[in-house]
Design a protein around this ligand. Structure first.
Ligand code: HEC
Length: 126
């Protein structure tokens, strides 16, 4: 009897952990909707056009300022950033705080959950 209770407790704890990590990873489907805020300036399809901003296909893991044929600000090229969860999160929260003098004319995505979701969406583009 006692063993079963312990097993049940462990299972509940394990499920709780699985739940939180799934949340922290963001939801790409929701992120796709959040990305509507970015679409005026960015395409996401493979080989898509650069608009006001660069095409963002496969952006996760890339060096900042490295999309072919796009004319970046010198600030972005000099940033030395590689786009991972942490750097994307900081940049998208307040672009001009993270890369001072970036020409991305977007004030930032304040909502933590929306940032997580949009980052999950960007990572799904590969
Ligand atoms: C008003 C136009 C505009 C909007 C809206 C916008 N961006 Fe940008 N974005 C840019 C520009 C311009 C750059 C290039 C910045 C530079 O060179 O300094 C850029 C750069 C980026 C980069 C770095 C790309 C690279 O190759 O290093 C990422 C990532 C990015 N944007 C994501 C987003 C996301 C996600 C959103 C929506 C939440 C968004 N942007 C909204 C214009 C925009």
């Amino acid at each position: 009897m006692k063993k079963e209770i312990i097993a049940a407790v462990l299972l509940t704890v394990a499920m709780a952990f699985a739940g939180t990590s799934a949340m922290a990873a963001g939801d790409a489907a929701k992120g796709k909707k959040v990305f509507n805020k970015c679409k005026a300036c960015h395409t996401v399809d493979k080989g898509g056009k650069n608009r006001v901003g660069p095409n963002l296909f496969g952006i996760a893991g890339k060096k900042a300022g490295s999309v072919d044929g796009y004319k970046y600000s010198s600030a972005m090229i000099a940033s030395g950033v590689t786009w991972d969860d942490a750097s994307l999160d900081k940049f998208l929260k307040k672009p001009k705080d993270f890369v001072k003098k970036t020409k991305m004319g977007y004030s930032g995505l304040k909502d933590d959950g929306q940032r997580e979701d949009v980052i999950a969406y960007l990572k799904s583009l590969k």
